[in-house]
Ligand binder design. Sequence first.
Ligand SMILES: [Fe+2]
Length: 226
Amino acid sequence: MLSAKTLTLARCATKPAFLGTVATRLTHTLPDLPYDYNALEPYISADIMKLHHSKHHNTYVTNLNIAEEKLAEAVAKNDVNTCINLQPALKFNGGGHINHSIFWEVLSPNGGGEPSGDLKETIKRDFGSFENMKKELSGAAVGVQGSGWSWLGFNPNSGRLRVAVCANQDPLQATTGLIPLFGIDVWEHAYYLQYKNVRPDYVQAIFNIANWKNVADRLADAKEGS
Ligand SMILES: [Fe+2]
């Protein structure tokens, strides 16, 4: 899985570096899903999964690579204005790639139920109960205005769990310092084909396919790295 500690996303070296240096430029690649497009039915339809992964996520990857290419050119030319101008594209597409790479892994056709072990105990300590955490995370997801994400994150400074909301594709760690453990994508592309405008039903359905084992591994990594 993608480590919560570093979240090193899949990349492959395809292009020579600028100015003839020995290094090679790395490009991001779309990760394979860890299951088939229809594996999360009936909670998320195959149509949604196929579009979401092969079109939406892939577009973030493509545009992140374009933005990084432009950034490398601007850095090589010492063009600070262009470097600054590229920041929104890097944030949006980089965030989109990071967020979706996590999203696919924290869902599973064998998911659902409740966490166990340290994740269960940490949730109980910080929220009182699993149900309380679920209620807070769900409420935050339903309440996102426009497009965004609701996250269960780990604060490496306090050692505590927190629910947070991010607008658009803002990546949780880069914008809040929280390490992402479990996220709910509430962009309409994530649910509209199946749930239409009833976002609360989609949010509730997500918990039937939540991969708590993966979330527990992310928490363990986050605690180890803090
Ligand atoms: Fe999405």
